[in-house]
Write a protein that binds this ligand. Structure first.
Ligand SMILES: [Zn+2]
Length: 132
């Protein structure tokens, strides 16, 4: 897959989450899903693990430099298992560039060095400052 095509459709986490969970037990508040394409495989893995349980995913955000997943587990007895998967996604996202999906080592920034260098073009800093 080409990653440099300018005409590529912009990634939309809400639509992505909606499509991914269409025939699953897990419910995702798609309008509360906000993360970049680099983390899509992490979310996909998470859904593949918890998709068969009646869990409500209330929020998926990248505000804190890692993939933050909030769930309502009122209807499942698998809370421990689901929390484990949330933690895996969290740790995985700290090692993964939120923009391009490359491995990275700086956990204080959600982008790899290369994307960070391009951040002026992307109009993002990769830190908490992006919230303002
Ligand atoms: Zn990157």
């Amino acid at each position: 897959m080409s990653d440099s095509t300018k005409s590529e459709k912009k990634f939309n986490a809400s639509n992505y989450a909606k499509d991914l969970t269409e025939h699953m037990k897990v419910l995702v508040a798609a309008s509360n899903c906000s993360f970049r394409q680099g983390w899509a495989p992490i979310f996909e893995r998470f859904i593949s693990k918890v998709g068969r349980y009646p869990v409500l995913v209330c929020l998926v955000s990248e505000d804190h430099e890692f993939m933050d997943i909030e769930v309502d587990m009122g209807k499942t007895t698998r809370a421990r298992y689901i929390y484990k998967e949330i933690l895996i996604a969290k740790h995985e996202s700290m090692r993964t560039c939120a923009h391009c999906g490359a491995m990275k080592f700086d956990t204080s920034n959600k982008f790899c060095k290369e994307c960070n260098a391009n951040s002026a073009k992307l109009k993002i800093t990769g830190t908490w400052l992006d919230r303002y």
